[in-house]
Ligand binder design. Structure first.
Ligand code: SF4
Ligand code: SF4
Length: 294
């Protein structure tokens, strides 16, 4: 089983468009949308949900009105300002509660419950190119790193059960906790970047992260022809950091047409589709070498 994580550093570089196309080119794969804060792979692959389950992380305080004596001891101690007084009664604002549990400990009337917090929902679905595991965080839901770990675990389990070779992961943007959760123990990373100063800067940070976790990175520059000089500079940086440069995707209005139609761009003809097809061939060709560890 090979697990390729597609990352971008910054958002909006075309990561999901590339991942959706790789899924079509792979023919069969298990897909994992780990961009749980802003999942959008479903817009291209139209999954049919087979199973869903709530995702719980941390706790939230809830005052039982019938047990609360209105002593007011809890409100000033809550550093999140989550306990609100109204006409002598007290209630916790769930969007502000950080789940520290202090109020639960100090309440003299034991009037505060501390249940697990529901943060979102996990889905196991079927698409025309294979099963897909994805998720949605509730508004204000936290612990997206934990949810990413759950999505990946489900995807790997499915790959083993169904004997699939590839797990293709749409990773979150940035380099924070959700990215680390999507990256650790992956067999390869493809970084999709763009020829802009912020694209270059964020690529550098992602490559550093890959090096830290010992995951071999490949790089492709999307819309490379918008700034050929910066593209060359980015490719030089990538090679200097030990990454393999596996493709240059040109600016192509077909990509926009595909997005409007809700389809991966390789299902339409065009220069971007051609280059992504070549890129997939290169990724497979180096599958036994350094870029993707089997
Ligand atoms: S400390 Fe307990 S009893 Fe006092 S106001 Fe808060 S919830 Fe009510
Ligand atoms: S659990 Fe912590 S953050 Fe939440 S209401 Fe109690 S004291 Fe405030």
């Amino acid at each position: 089983m090979r697990e390729l994580v597609v990352l971008s550093g910054k958002g909006g570089t075309g990561k999901t468009s590339v991942l959706g196309s790789l899924a079509v080119l792979a023919g069969r794969a298990v897909l994992a949308d780990c961009d749980v804060d802003a999942a959008d792979l479903h817009l291209l692959l139209h999954p049919v949900v087979l199973r869903s389950e709530p995702f719980f992380a941390g706790h939230e305080a809830m005052i039982r009105a019938e047990a609360c004596t209105g002593c007011g001891a809890c409100a000033p101690l809550c550093r999140a300002g989550a306990i609100l007084a109204h006409n002598g009664s007290y209630a916790v604002e769930p969007l502000l509660c950080e789940g520290c549990g202090l109020c639960v400990r100090i309440c003299p009337a034991a009037a505060i419950d501390f249940p697990s917090r529901r943060c979102g929902e996990l889905y196991v679905s079927e698409t025309r190119v294979g099963p897909m595991v994805h998720a949605r965080l509730d508004p204000g839901g936290e612990s997206s790193g934990k949810l990413v770990t759950l999505v990946r675990r489900e995807a790997r389990k499915l790959a083993v059960e169904r004997g699939e070779t590839w797990v293709l992961v749409d990773g979150p943007p940035g380099i924070g906790c959700p990215v680390i959760a999507s990256l650790s123990e992956a067999t390869g990373v493809l970084v999709v970047t763009e020829p802009t100063p912020s694209g270059r800067h964020d690529l550098e940070r992602v490559l550093e992260l890959c090096r830290h976790f010992g995951v071999p990175p490949s790089v492709c520059v999307n819309k490379w022809d918008l700034h050929p000089e910066l593209t060359a500079d980015i490719e030089e940086l990538a090679r200097a950091q030990g990454a393999q440069v596996v493709g240059r995707i040109p600016y192509d209005l077909t990509v926009t047409t595909a997005q409007v139609q809700g389809r991966p761009v390789v299902e339409l003809k065009g220069p971007a589709a051609d280059e992504i097809t070549a890129l997939w061939a290169r990724l497979q060709a180096i599958g036994g070498a350094s870029a993707i560890r089997a």
